[in-house]
Ligand binder design. Structure first.
Ligand code: HEC
Length: 102
């Protein structure tokens, strides 16, 4: 009985891990098709993906302000950052990904 419980917990943990990975992959796919065009190399003054120092002053504005900047556009960044069907939640996930990416 105890063995069965352990086996099912392991299966459960493996499954939640896979789900988290699938979500990350969706964010990464979106990122590579949209934001990456400018943010991967830091084109036109865009804060570079994975460059914590460049993102720190942006993050200080708070996530809501950053999501609004993307939605409305900011200087060289076009409205919606070229992801026209992204929701605010997706912008948030994309920003978090760019800040934390290595
Ligand atoms: C065409 C180029 C381009 C694309 C595509 C792009 N960005 Fe940007 N982004 C920029 C530039 C340039 C800046 C810096 C703007 C400034 O500070 O003048 C910027 C700044 C930002 C900021 C900081 C805003 C602030 O208030 O400081 C965030 C957040 C951001 N981008 C997120 C995204 C996300 C998310 C995507 C993809 C959905 C994206 N960007 C796509 C060019 C781009």
């Amino acid at each position: 009985m105890k063995k069965l419980f352990i086996a099912s917990s392991v299966a459960y943990l493996a499954m939640t891990g896979l789900l988290a990975q699938a979500a990350d992959q969706a964010v990464i796919d979106r990122y590579s098709k949209t934001c990456a065009v400018c943010h991967a190399a830091g084109a036109a003054g865009a804060p570079r993906t994975g460059d914590a120092a460049q993102w720190a002053p942006r993050m200080e504005k708070g996530m809501d302000t950053l999501v609004t900047s993307v939605d409305k556009g900011m200087n060289a960044m076009p409205p919606k950052g070229m992801c026209f069907d992204c929701s605010p939640e997706e912008f948030k996930a994309l920003i978090e990904y760019m800040v934390e990416a290595k």
